[in-house]
Design a protein around this ligand. Structure first.
Ligand SMILES: C[S@@+](CC[C@H](N)C(=O)[O-])C[C@H]1O[C@@H](n2cnc3c(N)ncnc32)[C@H](O)[C@@H]1O
Length: 237
């Protein structure tokens, strides 16, 4: 059953506004720091290079955007977009502390209606965002529109490890018991209980490849990570 938290965009935004103050610490604890490895991989696969203008969608507290900044350097430009003001405020604060002399811009906006002209970016990343939007084909369509022709977007998210019963049981236990128990200690049990059910309605990597081709990408390939519990959809315009 889809979580009620996913019925309306305002509910999703409020959910992330509530999570924001604890988001980074919980991510670190719950993944034993591994989320940074997967994020680094997505940033590298996006093809972002020195001096380029790049976009991190659903940027949250800015992990991928900050890694992109390292990659494009002082001569490049990074834009982070999210619709949660609380997440974005943390991203902005981290950027001021860690990359004071880099070009980082934070935009409060909707991934389903991007406030950028066609072909604005050399590379795009999206970490754990696609599963949270209310219209996946529309999010992919917008990514395709604002990407320059021939360039890539890397979309990282949780996935169900299909066809591997042991890993699927482990993932269900991990998300429903371990993650929710840690979140409960912070009064956020309901907020984190949405993750496991959200995976049941998230299209598989193969389905996402098809969707990406249907909205106009010239190539799409899904790469499973962590035995398929995670994955990157790599798309090229
Ligand atoms: C799980 S967090 C991921 C944050 C960050 N990318 C990371 O990997 O740590 C998902 C983010 O997506 C944002 N989000 C969800 N739907 C969105 C939408 N339609 N437009 C913009 N941001 C959205 C939420 O506000 C939240 O910050």
């Amino acid at each position: 059953m889809p979580s009620p938290a996913f019925e309306r965009p305002e509910q999703i935004r409020e959910l992330f506004d509530r999570i924001a103050p604890h988001y980074d610490a919980l991510n670190q604890t719950l993944s034993l720091g591994l989320h940074q490895v997967w994020k680094r991989m997505a940033v590298r696969w996006s093809g972002a290079a020195a001096g380029e203008r790049v976009l991190d969608l659903c940027c949250g507290t800015g992990d991928l955007a900050l890694q992109l900044a390292r990659r494009v350097g002082r001569g490049g430009q990074v834009v982070g977009l999210d619709f949660s003001p609380a997440m974005l405020a943390i991203a902005q604060r981290r950027a001021r502390q860690l990359f004071p002399d880099y070009s980082l811009e934070w935009v409060l906006g909707d991934a389903l209606a991007l406030p950028f002209p066609d072909g604005s970016f050399d590379a795009i990343t999206m970490g754990y965002g696609l599963r949270n939007v209310t219209d996946i084909p529309q999010a992919l369509r917008e990514i395709c529109r604002v990407l320059k022709p021939g360039r890539r977007a890397a979309i990282l998210d949780f996935h169900r490890p299909r066809g591997i019963p042991f890993l699927e049981s482990f993932q269900r236990w991990y998300l429903n018991s371990w993650v929710v128990a840690q979140a409960k200690a912070l009064g956020l049990a309901a907020e984190y209980a949405y993750i496991d059910p959200s995976l049941d309605r998230f299209p598989s990597g193969e389905q996402q490849q098809q969707m990406a081709l249907q909205v106009g990408f010239s190539a799409a390939k899904f790469y499973p990570l962590a035995g398929g519990m995670m994955g990157v959809l790599l798309v090229a315009r």
